[in-house]
Design a protein around this ligand. Structure first.
Ligand SMILES: Cc1ncc(COP(=O)(O)O)c(C=O)c1O
Length: 441
């Protein structure tokens, strides 16, 4: 059955944009990120499948922007969360579960000695930056410009085209460098001697570190009295267990976690060395750092979700299983790309636990138009695919077979578009998806 009807989605989309700026609560979920012929609202999910508000069912390879690490409505998690909900979620004093999760997490991530919980990834990356500034007494922040996103806060967004609302001059405190380009890191340390509070990057995104890059960055941080921060928001519990830093054999002064650590529930955390983290505490004689202070940061049911996710991720060996599935995906996709003669136009790369596909036009340039056409054609065939494969232990061989069939059919259209004088425009209904970071709508 071909999926082409999105009436309820489109109606909700209109209503949402009247009452919610952007119509969604992260810009990557906005209507401008979806093909016109695509679901804008998901009603519910179970395992590796989701159903949109028009009743269309999909194999889901997006999994809540990587937050859902085991599967939608994964029963052992839901049961544990339900038990916690019945006991109340928020009290005047901390709840013992805060200590339980803190101790458990530190057992799993031995390079860290203290943790602080929050509800959003942006909160913890910004907290890491603040702590680094307080610890070092320096103001500048360096982040990797090749990595997708770190925070909606000023230190990051001030460097983006959509920086309206951020006071002029804030951007001067943020510096950028390139992944796997150690000279770009050395350059900023040379240009801003003794001024850089921290360097923050993901351990890796889609490119593996080369030539000992991460250790070299860490070493430069050591030499310059700079805090080294690894953001494990996506890579944690996904590229390795507990995170990519372990797989890549490097640890950091501070690490930031969220998304998959609680199977979609809102639990993020900042972890790190006691000497730095303790500045946010109440038992020292130094100047106090108002670190993370949020009413909802330690909601008991979300912390329970994290505790259960840790247990199940280990019990089910989910990283190894995802790697197996991802390896199959990469191998099968490579065959399919080759068989369709699309080597110059479609590429698959990255770690098997999070493969990325790139879509290129007639001239072999990356193309949002062709990418959107591919999304549209996959949706028609019952697959919700947003450029990367977020596999979980809920995905099975039938999901994979259905996905490969859908790619096969979608590639037929892709090839027709490449050979058409109007390219993707002859086949795509509506506009291509737009970049999230843009100055104007
Ligand atoms: C690497 C990384 N860091 C931080 C964040 C921010 O997380 P959140 O959306 O929970 O605020 C994201 C979100 O996409 C991310 O991918």
């Amino acid at each position: 059955m071909t999926i082409t009807k999105f009436e309820k989605s489109d109606m909700l989309c209109k209503r949402a944009q009247e009452v919610i700026p952007g119509g969604a609560h992260t810009y990557t979920k906005g209507a401008d990120q979806s093909p016109k012929l695509g679901p804008k609202f998901i009603d519910y999910g179970k395992g590796s499948h989701v159903w949109d508000v028009d009743g269309n069912e999909y194999v889901d390879w997006a999994m809540g922007l990587t937050a859902v690490s085991l599967g939608h409505a994964y029963e052992p998690i839901i049961n544990a969360v339900n038990r916690e909900l019945l006991r109340g979620v928020n009290f005047q004093c901390p709840s013992p579960i805060e200590v339980e999760l803190a101790e458990l997490f530190l057992q799993e991530v031995p390079s860290a000695e203290m943790v602080k919980f929050a509800k959003n990834g942006s909160t913890v990356t910004t907290a890491a930056v603040k702590l680094a500034r307080a610890y070092t007494g320096k103001n500048h922040v360096a982040f990797c410009s090749d990595h997708g996103f770190f925070s909606y806060d000023d230190w990051y967004i001030s460097k983006k085209p959509n920086n309206s609302g951020i006071p002029e001059g804030i951007d001067k405190l943020s510096l950028t460098f390139k992944y796997n380009d150690i000279s770009s890191v050395e350059k900023i340390f040379d240009q801003y001697p003794n001024q850089i509070a921290c360097v923050i990057l993901e351990p890796m995104e889609f490119d593996f570190p080369e030539d000992n890059f991460l250790c070299k960055v860490k070493e430069l941080c050591r030499k310059n009295g700079t805090v080294f921060i690894l953001d494990e928001m996506i890579t944690g519990f996904r590229l390795g267990y507990p995170g990519a830093h372990k797989m890549l054999n490097v640890d950091a002064d501070l690490t930031t976690w969220g998304k998959g650590i609680a199977n979609g529930f809102s639990c993020c955390l900042l972890a790190g060395k006691k000497e730095i983290m303790e500045l946010g505490g109440i038992n020292h004689n130094k100047k106090r750092v108002f670190l993370i202070s949020t009413t909802h940061g330690a909601e008991t049911h979300a912390l329970r979700a994290a505790i259960e996710t840790i247990k199940i991720t280990k019990q089910e060996n989910s990283v190894a299983r995802n790697k197996e599935m991802g390896t199959k995906i990469i191998n099968e996709m490579k065959k399919l790309i080759e068989a369709n003669g699309l080597n110059d136009h479609v590429e698959i790369k990255g770690h098997p636990c999070w493969p990325l596909m790139l879509f290129k036009d007639e001239n072999k340039n990356l193309s949002d138009g062709y990418k959107t056409l591919l999304y549209q054609e996959m949706i028609k065939r019952g697959i919700l695919f947003r450029g990367t494969f977020v596999s979980t232990i809920s995905h099975d061989v039938l999901d994979l077979e259905k996905t490969l069939d859908a790619f096969s059919g979608s590639f037929d259209i892709y090839k027709k578009a490449l050979n058409d004088k109007n390219g993707y425009k002859s086949f795509l209904v509506g506009d291509p998806v737009k970049p999230v970071f843009r100055e104007w709508n």
